[in-house]
Design a protein around this ligand. Structure first.
Ligand code: 5GP
Length: 116
């Protein structure tokens, strides 16, 4: 499996199942298979983009859409009142394990700072 064909690409192509909570032409959001909080949703671009490190100026609108998708899902799921955290791991050293850009939308418990 090359970096261009991750497990998330298989989810985008519907080759493997996922609990999808939002989808449009550019963005897909689905529940994490190993949640670290009561709500743990991954928001990803359909366009191949291995990590935030590879993002360029042409991705500016897409990055905005990803973040806006997080805030809309949070609103729809009633997460605004208690708050939520959005995390992007960029690179192995930061904890990234799947090399298709994804935003973690985490909620349902309290979070400490700084993160581990
Ligand atoms: P990373 O460590 O790259 O920031 O996050 C990758 C996330 O993808 C992890 O939280 C992991 O649990 C999740 N994940 C890995 N494989 C699958 C899968 O096949 N389905 C779903 N829904 N999530 C996955």
């Amino acid at each position: 499996m090359s970096n261009q064909d991750t497990i998330f690409h298989k989810i985008i192509r519907k080759e493997i199942p996922a609990d999808i909570v939002f989808e449009d032409d550019e963005v897909l959001a689905f529940r994490d298979i190993q949640p670290v909080s009561p709500t743990h949703i991954l928001v990803i671009p359909k366009k191949t983009l291995p990590s935030l490190r590879e993002a360029s100026d042409e991705d500016t609108a897409l990055l905005g859409r990803l973040l806006r998708t997080c805030s809309q899902i949070a609103k729809d799921l009633g997460l605004d009142a208690d708050g939520y955290r959005v995390v992007v791991n960029a690179g192995e050293g930061a904890g990234q394990s799947v090399f298709q850009l994804h935003l973690h939308l985490l909620a349902g418990r309290s979070f400490s700072w700084p993160p581990g």
